[in-house]
Ligand binder design. Structure first.
Ligand code: COA
Length: 331
């Protein structure tokens, strides 16, 4: 039977805090619109720290919080949909920076569902018994991927990194992962690259999709389509995972959802009949940091002393892909 225990958490929040009023200085928007439609008041951007360094700082903080020396880590799983390098993988760069010399590494990308996918993979390695201590780190530097001429998408995202060190627990854990293939309509970001290979031609099929500079260079989103998907995906993932666990929403002490939009969280919470007091939200100051959202919430809760032994916790995420998933575990 799979089970996980969170030994420690850590975050890295980039230095540049940008409020809604700051955005309204160069964009046709205002605080009232953004806060009432999304819950977001501010976000942080990493002006100069690369994504893998953000990840490494969160990872180091998590290992310290766990009381685990970097050499004791057996595996690092990094989640990012905004890597700065095709290779080496971000987890390899983190391994090197923090000195986790004995750790194997791998990256995964299921966009905002990334932390859920990574913990699900980690739990299976822990169950197998080969790896005892696993670091899961999620780090996203989305600000360079966002089109600041697109006021409906750009206001939603922030940069951030967060990590957790986990080990096997004998208390059961259940998970559910899903994907609804939707390549180029709801949410995508193309990797635009120059090349000088004389044999490789412009790809007409891609050109037909990426027919403007914005589509070639920046995150593209159908806000309403994603919103609809997200409410349903969050409710479905929680329902399916609870069914596997033989639990109801009343048995859950804490729900930590992906922080995309306060209204998505509220609608899904209502559909599920969950007491809103059990649902943790920190979107106000962080915005959507993709796969870093859920571990950032975990770190907040751990620092506030609210992650208690024996609690039944539900993590639930959704994102580009369109992916979604949930995990129910007892801390
Ligand atoms: N400031 C002011 N006005 C804005 C604005 C902004 N930042 N962005 C859009 N508007 C305007 C629109 O132009 C539109 O004006 P119009 O009626 O004159 O055409 C109006 O506000 C309503 O736009 P609409 O797109 O209908 O808003 P919405 O209520 O659907 O909210 C989102 C837009 C993007 C906030 C919402 O759809 C959303 O959160 N979707 C989910 C996106 C998401 O979570 N993505 C990540 C998933 S991991």
């Amino acid at each position: 039977m799979r089970g996980i225990k969170i030994l420690g958490t850590g975050v890295y929040t980039p230095e540049t805090k940008v409020t809604n009023d700051d955005l309204s200085q160069f964009m046709d928007t205002n605080n009232e619109w953004i806060e009432s439609r999304t819950g977001i008041r501010s976000r942080n951007y990493s002006a100069s720290v690369p994504n893998h360094e953000m990840a490494a700082m969160a990872a180091k903080a998590a290992a310290e919080d766990a009381g685990v020396a970097p050499e004791e880590l057996d595996l690092i799983i990094a989640s990012t949909c905004s890597p700065e390098f095709f290779y080496p993988c971000m987890s390899g760069l983190v391994q090197n920076i923090i000195g986790a010399v004995n750790a194997a590494v791998m990256d995964i990308n299921t966009a905002c569902t990334g932390f859920i996918s990574a913990v699900d993979i980690a739990s299976r390695y822990l169950e197998d018994g080969d790896y005892k201590k696993i670091l899961v780190v999620a780090s996203e530097r989305l600000s360079p991927h966002v089109d600041f001429e697109d006021r409906s998408a750009s206001i939603l995202f922030g940069d951030g990194a967060a990590a957790a060190v986990i080990e096997k627990s004998h208390k059961p854990m259940y998970s559910y992962l899903s994907a609804k293939g939707d390549p180029f309509e709801a949410l995508y970001c193309y990797v635009n690259k120059e090349h000088n290979c004389p044999y490789t031609k412009e790809n007409e099929a891609l050109n037909a999709i990426m027919d403007t500079e914005a589509k070639k260079n920046y995150l593209q989103m159908d806000g309403k389509g994603v919103y609809k998907f997200a409410v349903d995906a969050m409710a479905t993932a929680v329902t399916k995972t609870l069914a596997k666990a033989g639990l109801t929403t009343d048995d859950i002490d804490l729900v930590i959802p992906h922080q995309a939009n306060i209204r998505i969280i509220q609608s899904a919470t209502k559909a599920l009949g969950i007491n809103p007091e059990k649902v943790y939200v920190n979107i106000y100051e962080h915005a959507n940091t993709s796969s870093a959202c859920i571990p950032t919430c975990l770190d907040d809760l751990k620092k506030e002393g609210r992650l208690k032994e024996g609690m039944k916790i539900c993590l639930v995420g959704f994102g580009a892909g369109l992916t979604s998933g949930a995990i129910v575990f007892e801390q």
